[in-house]
Design a protein around this ligand. Structure first.
Ligand code: HDE
Length: 714
């Protein structure tokens, strides 16, 4: 679909320069020489040896040999899109950042979503944190908000990051497992790092298996600082809240998607944008005056803590919209280089020790990944401000700076480029008084590791809690060393006795009180810190932490499978299809084969999938299309097992299923017919509001509350 909302994007495109679609062109070498044979190498004879002289062959193969660059050490698997950020409410009171001052201002952005642990070719559906990195191309330079879909992190200090990543990555002796935390080394590390327990609650929740990148939140995680034009300082936490609500898939679904469509999230993002269903988020901030820094029962600098929205509400101030797919994955999504240190005036860092460490890492990693200090000149990384400085040369330098001067001060260049005064938008670091001892230590205010983990657990709905518990059981069942399972359960006991007992029973260990609840804390730590497990959270539970409370009444961009065979009732199909599509849903036809389906009135439907090439996990809801003959065809003995499994699985995954007219034979063949209670997401054509009931069931995403009952039959 033609992208309409692209004025800002077009500007960016022009500035990024050098693109071609190769239309109406002739093949050339990299030197621009036209090539007249791209099939054969140069030989001594038709059957003779190849000549070294063949510069065209050598150029082509040499380039091919060097086509790969090192993948990101973490967040290697990702997908990106262009878009715009529009400010709806000025934040001038808090920050002088121009892109957050002028209402209605549009700032072009590039966003990259990612998983953390897996390689670039791994499945999208791994249980994992998702990266949510946004590059704002502002008039004051690039601002990168490099966040995650979970508002806290595993560790408190950058010193532990390589350990964490080594622990979660495939084990070094046999490189197993790929893109999975369910193994010994990860849980060994976690069991000894109580500070990770809050994050573990999130990572074991359904947040770690999103339905779509479009249906997850984004968080800046750390506390940052806003500085206004008077120099006043506020702490700020950044939020993106998806307009479609926060939704996930079931774990058994995630595992199956990993086989049937490992590009599920990438495809979903790409297709939504192509279809004009532009993903959107509300952008919000939690703002805390500097003088209130110590008003909380946790430390604002501790990245394992969030600020409950009950204490500081999120003010929604803008909208992020993704409206253009990249033209080239490698040039844009792979080469984009984010860095929390890409700042604009009005935003500054806090002393969060995890953030401080990140400030070193990101440029360093680009040097090995992109191979040159000139990575900022790659089009996707270019600022829309022309760069003026005295940096020169280096691999792959592209900017051509005229004149003799590459130093400052100078008189030959008239003193240019001049330093920018503050009034000209020159960046100044927040003028903070620093007075302290050089010390390698953790603040006592960082030592409470369990109270927010408790708060998170308390905030979950019953099905969410069950999923979290099952995830822990799945993960720990893959841990071969009994002592590690025991230690993790010991950690869980500090969060919730019932959770610990349930998990313990299912992973074959007893709940034992840990001698060292704060295992990673040095032996000479303040003994008071060891009491941290006794604390109760100030905020017992928080509504914003349950996905259940984010459900929006919309079916926009939901994928609905229409299952049909020859003889299907055209009228019923067309009528429901148009109702669904008018509300923004996507209808895809599933038939015995991909050959056109002959409907009852002689018309034809083009299937997108054959029953054997797709599974119900690729759909949000199913319509078993009306028509006796169609139902008979689907129930042909050759197909019956596949069709019933398809529907049974959708049932087990708590989806809405609509049985059209004359499909009784199918209904009876599935486990759905054994249901004992009313189920609002199982719809039949009995009433004349069935279509509406189906639509309203899809809008609720899943009937998670009925999962136990549905699973007892499926
Ligand atoms: Fe990152 N992280 N990180 N990280 N991170 C990278 O940079 C690092 C952390 C995040 O789509 C790397 O260009 C350290 C927290 C995202 O390109 C690397 C520490 C959060 C992305 C790196 C952290 C993040 C990265 C790998 C602890 C959430 C993907 C490739 C001190 C707030 C960006 C790269 C993209 C990527 C280092 C912790 C988010 C190695 C040292 C906390 C979304 O520089």
């Amino acid at each position: 679909m033609e992208n309409k909302d692209t004025k800002t994007n077009e500007k960016l495109n022009q500035l990024q320069g050098h693109t071609t679609d190769n239309q109406d062109t002739k093949l050339t070498t990299n030197q621009g020489l036209k090539v007249n044979n791209n099939q054969d190498s140069l030989k001594t004879d038709e059957r003779g040896a190849t000549l070294l002289e063949d510069f065209i062959l050598r150029e082509k193969i040499t380039h091919f040999d060097h086509e790969r660059i090192p993948e990101r050490i973490v967040h290697a698997r990702g997908s990106g899109a262009h878009g715009v950020f529009k400010l709806n409410k000025s934040l001038k009171k808090y920050t002088k950042a121009k892109f957050l001052n002028d209402v209605d201002k549009e700032t072009p952005v590039f966003v990259r979503f990612s998983t953390v642990a897996g390689s670039a070719g791994s499945t999208d559906l791994a249980r994992d944190v998702r990266g949510f990195a946004v590059k704002f191309y502002t008039e004051e330079g690039n601002y990168d908000l490099v966040g995650n879909n979970i508002p806290v992190f595993f560790i408190q200090d950058a010193m532990k990051f390589p350990d964490l990543v080594h622990a979660v990555k495939p084990e070094p002796d046999n490189a197993i497992p790929q893109a999975a935390s369910a193994h010994d080394t990860f849980w060994d590390f976690i069991s000894l790092m109580p500070e990770s327990m809050h994050m573990i609650m999130w990572a074991m929740s359904d947040r770690a298996i999103p339905r779509s990148y479009r249906m997850m939140e984004g968080f800046g995680v750390h506390s940052f600082k806003f500085i206004n034009s008077e120099g006043a300082v506020h702490f700020v936490k950044f939020h993106f809240k998806p307009k479609l609500g926060v939704h996930s898939v079931a774990w058994s679904e995630a595992q199956k998607i990993s086989g049937t469509d490992p590009d599920f999230h990438r495809r979903d993002l790409w297709e939504s944008i192509e279809n004009g269903a532009f993903p959107e988020w509300d952008f919000g901030v939690q703002v805390i005056p500097e003088e209130n820094e110590h008003d909380f029962d946790f430390d604002l600098l501790d990245p394992t803590k969030l600020v409950p929205e009950e204490l500081v509400p999120v003010q929604i101030v803008g909208t992020l919209t993704l409206n253009r797919n990249p033209d080239n994955f490698f040039a844009e999504t792979e080469q984009v280089a984010f860095h929390p240190g890409h700042l604009v005036p009005g935003i500054d860092f806090s002393n969060d020790p995890l953030l401080q460490g990140r400030l070193f890492s990101y440029t360093d990693t680009q040097l090995s990944r992109l191979g040159s200090p000139n990575f900022h000149e790659i089009p996707i990384n270019r600022s829309i401000n022309t760069v003026h400085n005295n940096q020169r040369d280096g691999h792959m330098r592209q900017q051509i700076v005229k004149g003799k001067v590459s130093y400052e001060p100078n008189s030959i260049g008239g003193g240019c480029p001049f330093q920018a005064m503050m009034k000209d938008g020159g960046f100044t670091t927040n003028n903070e008084r620093v007075d302290g001892h050089k010390i390698r230590a953790r603040s006592d205010s960082f030592v409470d590791h369990y109270s927010q983990a408790k708060m998170f657990l308390n905030s979950q709905s019953a099905p969410e809690k069950t999923h979290l518990q099952n995830a822990l059981v799945f993960e720990l069942s893959k841990v071969t060393i009994l002592e590690i399972r025991e230690r993790v359960v010991g950690q869980l006991a500090f969060i919730d006795a019932e959770l610990a007992a349930n998990v313990a029973e299912k992973v074959g260990v007893k709940v034992k009180k840990l001698d060292m609840p704060n295992g990673s804390i040095p032996a000479d730590a303040d003994p008071a810190s060891l009491q941290s497990q006794e604390r109760e959270p100030e905020t017992k539970s928080s509504e914003a932490l349950s996905m259940k409370n984010t459900v929006k009444n919309t079916i926009e961009s939901r994928v609905i499978g229409f299952m049909m065979g020859d003889g299907v009732n055209t009228q019923a199909v067309k009528s429901l299809k148009s109702k669904l599509e008018s509300e923004g849903a996507i209808v895809q036809i599933i038939a015995p084969t991909v050959a056109p389906v002959k409907a009852d009135d002689g018309s034809k439907f083009e299937p997108k999938h054959s029953i054997s090439s797709v599974a119900s996990v690729s759909f949000d809801a199913l319509y078993i299309c009306s028509g006796e003959k169609s139902a008979k065809e689907l129930m042909h003995p050759e197909r019956k097992p596949i069709v019933t499994e398809f529907i049974n699985e959708a049932y087990k995954h708590c989806k809405a299923i609509y049985f059209g007219k004359d499909t009784d034979e199918i209904y009876k063949a599935t486990v759905v017919s054994a249901k004992k209670h009313e189920d609002p997401a199982i719809i039949s054509t009995s009433g004349n509001d069935s279509d509406e009931k189906f639509i309203s069931a899809i809008a609720k995403h899943r009937v998670w509350d009925l999962e136990k009952e549905r699973n007892s039959m499926a």
